[in-house]
Design a protein around this ligand. Structure first.
Ligand SMILES: O=c1ccn([C@H]2C[C@H](O)[C@@H](COP(=O)(O)OP(=O)(O)OP(=O)(O)O)O2)c(=O)[nH]1
Ligand SMILES: [Mg+2]
Length: 140
């Protein structure tokens, strides 16, 4: 990801049978209580056309620091990579459910990404081209 070269470590699975690749914060972010912050990862992900990268918060963050994904689970689409708006920069939307500001350190593992193969309805051929993320296809 432009601007993060050499500063971002590739996600790792920490054990032989861990399903998730741990994603690190690429910058320090402080989230006021009750607020949402988009934590940059400095990463983009290429995957097959029938694959998706699902993001879940690390349970330790939820239990010990009352941080959750504002969107419950992140869905990183295969056509998000190299989109014209942000190059497919994967952002982790954390909400602070606590009563004190929460500071995420640069390099802290905040989420885990799980690659999943998904099915679609027969004959489903949408023509739209992804131009970005987080609402880029509009609301209607
Ligand atoms: O936690 C997330 C969720 C999504 N995204 C990026 C990747 C995804 O491909 C894109 C769109 O996500 P989603 O479809 O969940 O959001 P939307 O509100 O439907 O946006 P869009 O209209 O762009 O599809 O935003 C992230 O970086 N982090
Ligand atoms: Mg969408």
């Amino acid at each position: 990801m432009r601007g993060y070269e050499g500063r971002v470590r590739l996600p790792q699975r920490k054990t032989r049978l861990s399903a998730g690749y741990d994603l690190e914060a690429a910058e320090e972010v402080t989230i006021p209580p009750g607020q949402v912050a988009l934590v940059p990862t400095g990463l983009k992900a290429y995957m097959g056309e029938d694959e998706v990268l699902l993001l879940a918060v690390r349970s330790s963050l939820a239990v010990k620091r009352r941080l959750a994904l504002a969107n419950g689970i992140g869905v990183i689409d295969a056509d998000y990579a190299d989109n014209p708006d942000n190059e497919g920069h994967i952002l982790v939307a954390l909400v602070n459910l606590g009563t004190e500001p929460a500071t995420i350190a640069c390099g802290e593992r905040v989420a885990q990404g799980i690659f999943v193969r998904y099915l679609t309805v027969a004959g489903d051929q949408p023509g739209g081209l992804r131009t970005g993320g987080i609402g880029s296809t509009g609301t209607a």
